[in-house]
Design a protein around this ligand. Structure first.
Ligand SMILES: Nc1nc2c(ncn2[C@@H]2O[C@H](COP(=O)(O)OP(=O)(O)OP(=O)(O)O)[C@@H](O)[C@H]2O)c(=O)[nH]1
Ligand SMILES: [Mg+2]
Length: 631
């Protein structure tokens, strides 16, 4: 018996030394590491919670001034206050390294969540204590279930005046059940939190002023990464980076064995080719930074350099035992957009990079980094079809390119149709509307014109209603602005992709026409002033214009043609009355998002680092009329 206990003691010493324990299938678990993805609907407080985790794990020295939402490091993320790309970092808690992947909550960046989950062994699902589970909560939770990951629920922002945490907990249970969670999954661990103040507690009446319960729950509930000591080295490439000194960086989790600096390996790509590589630098996450190491353990997330030709989804393994892991799969793109070179008469004046070859190169680079983006080359070498998850994702890509100095043109986003047994199918969304009951009429009317169907309506007598519609995705392109105007800025709309259904028929994409310039010149106040009653103008006096350029939105459903550079005729007769004042009304600047949502199929957005202009695909009025059979 003593020998038995000696043996147990020996085993526990072994466990302490290695901090690896056996899991059910005799695999080992690296107890020194946890890999978690933080997932939620947009704005539920993921990045803010990561700030607090940084602060409380001792990453910043006391008193150090640190920016808010430090993981939102891209310029566009900071400007818009949203996360666009999933990013890795790590914190230490009680000797355990927690690799964290902060993910975006906006539906258009859903591919980033899918990619991030390929590195995680569990997820923290944040739910706003007032808003409750929303469409993207469902999407990300469904994805974690598909991966079989353990979920810790955090009901966040319980400091909100309108917080209703207990009710939200019930709604989360309902969501789990709705997603067919099994008995173990439904019994999820949960905490209440104020991420912004760095507080998490088990019970609402508990006094707690830090996140230690969150850290402990992660250590206790999220399984340590599992590995098989009998298996050869394997690492799944889940992200790519680039360094001026090191070149391409492959980022991902080590599934088995150790990675060592200078090791010779192979990279198995999607064509099952084995590309040789030598690890020229091995780094791991240390807070927000990277730290060079000689070796990295199984289960850790590493940044490895030594190979240029590597793609997300590739496996890096040994030459002797090349064994690919399952590639990362993400949902299919739902929209496509045409990118071309800028051919307007004003092209080449404002951008540094204008050639189709460079645009192509840049788009290929995007597909390497962004798993949800696909690129199709067309027969025309100046025209590319870019596919993705939504027009916002496209707008972010175009805005990024524009800031890099590109000049290009883009067409209207189009949904991707499918054909089955001779039937045309189109993507359908479930649209969730939350608005004042007085606005329900106008919202329902506009959506039914767009082939939307009301499927559910809840009026809990609070003055606001919650309605659900089934609606073609194409109807929602550009609808958000209209919805905000119709609900006086107080409505909330959310969508989730519901699947493909038979095509529901045509409807106009826009119910207004365009005011189109009929010649080249510079706009003048006199002409614009007289055009104002016809609609909403996009340009101010003194802007260059050209034939075919769209200078405004016409109130009526047809296009009109105008001369925005028409000066007042000078006569030597003195006017009998007062001279008309020609002070133009202020113009709302045309943003990229507004522009791509505004244009019709026969219109194009011209994007340069300095300007966003809209024009007809066919610039000459005569040719346009001829094309439309009007002449
Ligand atoms: N009241 C309250 N507001 C919070 C809390 N945590 C975050 N916020 C606010 O919620 C907003 C969104 O926070 P983020 O951390 O950017 O949310 P996110 O989930 O990372 O957003 P995306 O990455 O864009 O999906 C910010 O204005 C935060 O200040 C909280 O605990 N309480
Ligand atoms: Mg964020």
């Amino acid at each position: 018996m003593d020998a038995y206990f000696d043996c147990l003691a020996f085993l526990s010493i072994e466990i302490l030394i290695n901090r690896s324990v056996y899991s059910v299938n005799n695999n080992l678990r690296n107890e020194k590491i946890r890999n978690i993805a933080i997932i939620a609907h947009v704005d539920h407080g993921k990045t803010t919670l990561v700030d607090a985790m940084f602060r409380q794990s001792g990453l910043f020295r006391p008193g150090l001034e640190v920016d808010e939402r430090i993981m939102d490091s891209m310029d566009l993320e900071r400007e818009r206050g949203i996360t666009i790309a999933a990013k890795n970092c790590s914190v230490q808690w009680n000797g355990v390294k927690i690799n964290i992947i902060d993910t975006p909550g906006h539906a258009d960046f859903g591919g980033e969540v899918e990619r991030a989950l390929s590195m995680a062994d569990g997820a923290i699902l944040l739910v706003d204590a007032s808003e409750g589970p929303l469409p993207q909560t469902r999407f990300v939770l469904k994805k974690t279930f598909e991966k079989g990951l353990k979920v810790v629920v955090v009901i966040n922002k319980i400091d909100r005046k309108d917080a209703r945490p207990e009710q939200i907990l019930d709604e989360i249970y309902d969501l789990f059940i709705d997603l067919d969670a099994d008995g173990e999954q439904v019994d999820f661990p949960y905490l209440y939190a104020v991420g912004r103040q760095g507080i998490a507690k088990k019970n609402l009446d508990e006094n707690c002023d830090d996140l230690h319960l969150l850290f402990e729950t992660i250590l206790h509930e999220i399984p340590a990464p599992e590995y098989d000591p009998q298996e050869p080295f394997q690492m799944l490439v889940s992200d790519l980076g680039y360094s001026d000194y090191l070149g391409r960086l492959a980022i991902g989790k080590i599934f088995n064995q150790n990675a060592r600096f200078n090791d010779a390996m192979v990279c198995i790509n999607d064509k099952e080719e084995h590309l040789p590589l030598k690890i020229s630098k091995l780094q791991v996450y240390d807070g927000m930074n990277l730290k060079a190491v000689e070796t990295a353990e199984p289960g850790d997330i590493v940044v490895l350099s030594g190979i240029e030709d590597v793609k997300i989804g590739d496996t890096i393994c040994t030459k002797e035992f090349p064994k690919p892991l399952k590639r990362i799969t993400v949902d299919e793109p739902t929209i496509s957009m045409e990118f071309t070179i800028n051919t307007s008469p004003l092209s080449g004046k404002e951008g540094k990079i204008v050639q189709s070859g460079k645009i192509r190169e840049r788009l290929i680079k995007e597909t390497l980094k962004n798993v949800a983006v696909r690129l199709e080359q067309t027969e025309d070498r100046d025209r590319f079809i870019v596919k993705g998850r939504g027009e916002f994702q496209m707008a972010i890509l175009i805005e990024t390119m524009r800031r890099e100095g590109f000049e290009l043109s883009v067409g209207r986003p189009k949904v991707i149709y499918k054909h089955l047994n001779g039937d045309m199918l189109e993507p359908i969304e479930t649209l969730f509307v939350d608005c004042d009951e007085h606005f329900l009429g106008v919202v329902t009317e506009k959506l039914s014109i767009r082939k939307g169907r009301l499927t559910n309506l809840v009026n809990n007598q609070s003055g606001r209603i919650r309605a659900e519609f089934s609606i073609p995705s194409r109807a929602l392109i550009g609808y958000r602005d209209e919805f905000l105007t119709d609900t006086k800025g107080t409505g909330i709309m959310n969508t989730i992709f519901a699947g493909y259904e038979p095509f529901r028929g045509d409807f106009p994409t826009r119910f207004t026409g365009s005011i189109v310039s009929d010649r080249q010149g510079n706009s003048v106040a006199y002409a614009l002033y007289h055009l104002e009653p016809r609609g909403r103008l996009f340009i101010v006096p003194g802007e260059p214009v050209y034939a075919g350029m769209i200078i405004g939105e016409h109130n009526k459903g047809v296009d009109i043609h105008a001369n925005p550079s028409k000066e007042k005729k000078l006569t030597n007769m003195r006017a009998a009355g007062k001279d008309e004042s020609t002070v133009c009304s202020p113009v709302q600047p045309m943003t990229l998002e507004k522009a791509i949502n505004f244009i019709k199929d026969d219109e194009i957005v011209e994007v340069t680092p300095k300007s966003i202009r809209l024009h007809k695909r066919v610039l000459s009025l005569k040719k346009r009329k001829h094309k439309n059979g009007l002449n």
